[in-house]
Design a protein around this ligand. Sequence first.
Ligand code: BDP
Length: 716
Amino acid sequence: ENGLDGWLRYAPLPDSLLAQASPLPAVIVALNTTSSATGSSPVAIAAKELQVGIKGMLGRQLNISTESPIFRINSTQSSIIVGTIAAYSAKYGSLNASSLIKDGFWLSVKGSRVTILGQNERGALYGAFDYLSRIAQGDFSDVDHVSNPSAPIRWANEWNNLDGSIERGYAGPSIFFSNGLIVKNLTRVSQYARLLASIGINGIIVNNVNANASLLTDENIQGLGRLADTFRPYGVQVGISLNFASPQLLGGLATFDPLDASVIAWWADKTKRLYQRVPDLAGYLVKANSEGQPGPLTYNRTLADGANLFARAVQPYGGIVMFRAFVYNHHADWNDWKFDRANAAVEFFKDLDGLFLDNVVVQIKYGPIDFQVREPASPLFANIPKTNVAIELQVSQEYLGHQDHLVYIAPLWKTILDFDMRVESKPSLVRDIVSGQYFNRKLGGYAGVVNVGTNTTWLGSHLAMSNLYAYGKLAWDPTQDSQTLLQEWIRLTLGHDQAVLQTITKISMESWPAYENYTGNLGIQTLTDILYTHFGPNPASQDNNGWGQWTRADGKTIGMDRTVGNGTGFTGQYPSELAAKYEEIETTPEELLLWFHHVNYTTRLRSTGKTVIQHFYDAHYAGAATAQTFVSEWESLRGQIDSERFEHMLFRLKFQAGHSIVWRDAVNGFYYNLSGIPDELGRVGNHPYRIEAESMKLNGYAPVAVIPSETASNFT
Ligand code: BDP
């Protein structure tokens, strides 16, 4: 199996489960469709999907009918009815569906009578996928189940460039673009749409946040139209990232000032052309005044002026603007101990609260820095109650090992979604803020940076797909448990074998803690190469540059002092209860100690009594040791998983095992060199089994200086 179908394989159920299957319905009745499944609408797709899924899993060929067989709501005639509440009511008499909200569905299974009704067509499709997922997991029980999404915005962001490359993508080139244009063959796009729909994703931004203005040429607008036509039957609306300077770069205007009349007219015209070709365009995503991108600050206009420019343009068409809060100075002064990049989002956005138009949503990365292995929840979520917000999560493992390392990220996301901001000392969970519910906002939700590529595995690794699955499912219902979601995904993707279930559960649930252990502990962030690749160890690169992901490590001390009392003042951005908690070392959760405080390497941890440096050493050994077990655990599944997927993952897990040792020794060696404090267990810097390059006889090789030195043989 090559992974193309992801978790939608519809593999034949094992006999033991087949035996439990309830009697099958006779026919699939597709409401809302005029001719039988043509693939042109969500309900038609739902019917087809039910037909294919049931055939695959249960071996029965059902017919699709657009007409009901002599069916009455009370009859015992068996069938699967799929469609909208409205279509059902028109045909069979009205139904009370007041508990359904947009995109929601009702699934009723009573023996062989199955009714799947959506509040809209998209909801009907989600209901069909839900029913199929139950069958695939061997669940044949009767249900009467209403399911509504937690939030209206459940989008994927794809950082694809028009030349076909993907920023922070690890699975080959783009499925959307090549050579500056939209690709001709959209088969992969349709397959991706299917996967996204099955996890409730209803919007997709197809191009990089670092956007190229030439996406807006007439030719590319036609291409976007073809993309949108391909996504539409799956209920996924297309949106695009904009380059703020497009009126100048593409339009030839002298300015891109958001308050200039010619600029406003230019955007209005472009927006009109876009909506002419894509009437249901989801809207725009904007990265402005960040990492060199143009924005309104160039003209002394506010970020709200910038966002509202686009909000007005898309408003007549019902579009929305996702405006990113990822705005910060990347030429910061490292010598300024009061400067803190983590402060930037609140500093830029707090005073703008209430100034954004109603169709603007501020898109906030989960932590104040940038997708690190551990961050506190961004305080911005608590600071702009009069603004719609969405949370930005990253499925693509930019800082988490590029899909070459197994890291199941849902548990990390849950630490943020379940986080209580204590706004006015009341329960105020991040998930309730982003849904819009807590501050009573109309819009809100989720943006996940996915970055799939043309590789048949979509993400470059079969196991990494559990992250995409969990992302969509959490956006739908963030109260779900990450292990439960993982196990659903395992059953759907790899079948029902108990050893497979248990082993993959074990290694996946251990993977984020292990990765944190061998990369960066106690909230110091992922100690990776910060300057570009974001891959592999490079603790030295974190400091002494303008990027502001600093660790402030020297010979004796480490960590960012973010207190109000003595540091950068970041703790003061949280509501008072949390601000007080993070202000003091004693009450700061240990896993974030170095995020909030600058301490001696010899400071002792409350939990274990170990020094910070010894904790580093021990955690790196423990994390790398866990990663070694992933290989043997996986090998124990030989024969239980098809060889293609088995070998593919074995290769990656072996790489991870080796690379975790590189991480361990590089990071430990770095801090040992810096602090001069030996490892109490005598391991660091002492690896008798290692053969250093220096001890080898060189034949055709010459020594070179390796940067960073700690990744070099013998650290030189
Ligand atoms: C950083 C990435 C960079 C993105 C940026 C962003 O390294 O490639 O452009 O975030 O989110 O993490 O805008």
